[in-house]
Design a protein around this ligand. Structure first.
Ligand SMILES: *Cc1c(COP(=O)(O)O)cnc(C)c1O
Length: 441
């Protein structure tokens, strides 16, 4: 509390330079000058000059339901990802559900998932009636630990749902090897991995299907939106039909005059969403390049700070999406300062960050699903015992990552200059040097 008054006075220091030279001994959380006062880029980015023409055209046309703009967006998305086909849908969650359902995943099946992901990944599995089976995280890469997948395969296992979490590619070559060996379907949750690559091949194109999200916070922001990509025409025709009430489409023609051919739903996006998507797509490539450059530079700048362990990419990764910039925090090198305090101290220096995901493998939603009528009809009683389930789905590495280690910086912070990355590195270093002081305060 005593620091508060001091912070206000000192932030009025005459020049940034003066504030910086003094900053090193005086953490902002204790009333010193923050390393940075300049704001970070806002998200999403929108330029009325270049982005609004087509959106306004669509609005004035009165053609708002799916028509040629959505089709054009799908065409460009497929080209961008290097897939034969793309289908736009309402969001990433439903892209996953549609892909799983059309690959015949459902009640009684097990689907292998990582615990280090956004809830939507697991929610999608449960929505199909399938049982999520968690495989622990490799803390170095933040991705599913492929060495631990095979031990979790049972006679019920039908699919692996790898997630390229934080926009860093999961080890797809190895995952496909395991899937092929055990005859499993692979649906990639690429909802954070737009344009990320392994050996110059885009994420979302390794498995039978890839799913994307265009939600507002995502690197490719439409507000809401999602897409499924695949090279399998029959599968994509089924997905199209499914997203349009199950009405005939492509190979899904059924008998002439017989009407609706499959059990479908309604997942179509609007023409104005697609117009926003086309505008955003124009800047995705350049932004991805910038994020990669700045992430690589920032990593090199913080690599040697004791107690800071940046993400590791697999050797064959040629590009990441960096939806987040993650590193691991080791409090032993920070005088045992809890991560929460480190995050506050870094925030006070003008570098906002967060601790990221909570553990998904033991939240109440699982018990709720197991008590549902569908699950009770699909699975033997033993499989729905939540204590046994929790026991079998322990992920100790992931617990450590979630509870103690992970720290995230957001993707939009990477859309700046190298000197802005220096601010981040400097702020972390400053906290490291003053850990004792901060921790005792
Ligand atoms: C955002 C996200 C989703 C879901 O996408 P929505 O468009 O929000 O439904 C699924 N998986 C991951 C990893 C995500 O980040």
């Amino acid at each position: 509390m005593t620091g508060l008054g001091a912070a206000i006075t000192m932030s009025m220091a005459p020049t940034l330079l003066a504030s910086k030279s003094n900053a090193i001994e005086n953490p902002a959380i204790l009333g010193g000058n923050p390393i940075r006062t300049k704001p970070w880029p806002k998200w999403p980015i929108w330029d009325p000059e270049t982005d609004e023409k087509q959106v306004i055209e669509v609005l004035r046309s009165g053609v708002w339901s799916r028509k040629k703009v959505v089709t054009e967006f799908e065409k460009q998305w497929a080209e961008t990802i290097g897939a034969k086909r793309a289908l736009a849908v309402v969001n990433g969650t439903n892209a996953l559900i549609a892909a799983l359902v059309q690959l015949d995943i459902g009640g009684g099946d097990e689907v292998i998932v990582p615990p280090y992901t956004f809830i939507a990944t697991v929610a999608a599995v449960i929505a199909t009636g399938a049982m999520p089976v968690f495989v622990d995280t490799d803390r170095e890469t933040f991705q599913i630990d492929t060495e631990k997948i095979e031990a979790k395969i049972t006679s019920r296992t039908r699919a692996i749902l790898p997630v390229h979490i934080l926009g860093l590619p999961a080890n797809m070559p190895r995952i496909m090897e395991i899937a092929n060996k055990h005859n499993l379907i692979v649906v990639e949750d690429a909802c954070q991995a737009w344009l990320a690559e392994i050996n110059h091949k885009k994420m979302g194109t390794f498995g039978h299907a890839g799913c994307f999200s265009f939600q507002n916070s995502k690197n490719m922001a439409i507000g809401e939106g999602g897409a499924i990509v695949s090279d399998d025409d029959d599968f994509m025709d089924r997905c199209y039909s499914y997203h349009n009430y199950g009405n005939p489409y492509g190979a899904m023609i059924g008998e002439v005059g017989a009407g609706t051919v499959i059990a479908g739903t309604k997942l179509r996006i609007t023409e104005y969403q697609a117009a926003i998507g086309l505008a955003q797509l124009k800047r995705l490539e350049a932004q991805t390049v910038t994020r990669n450059e700045n992430a690589g530079y920032l990593k090199s700048q913080i690599n040697d700070i004791p107690g800071i362990i940046p993400y590791k990419l697999y050797d064959n990764v040629t590009r990441a999406a960096f939806h987040l910039f993650p590193f691991r925090y080791n409090k032993e090198e920070f005088q045992e300062m809890p991560r929460e305090k480190f995050i506050k101290a870094l925030g006070a220096e003008g570098v906002p960050c967060s601790q990221g995901y909570a553990t998904l493998n033991n939240m109440p939603y699982l018990k709720n699903a197991f008590q549902s009528k569908n699950f009770r009809k699909m699975y033997p009683k033993e499989m729905l015992d939540i204590n046994t389930y929790n026991e079998q789905n322990q992920c100790p590495e992931n617990d450590q990552l979630c509870h103690e280690e992970a720290v995230w910086l957001s993707q939009s912070m990477l859309l700046t200059k190298q000197t802005d990355m220096d601010d981040i590195a400097m702020a972390i270093e400053k906290i490291q040097k003053n850990a004792d002081k901060i921790n005792k305060a």
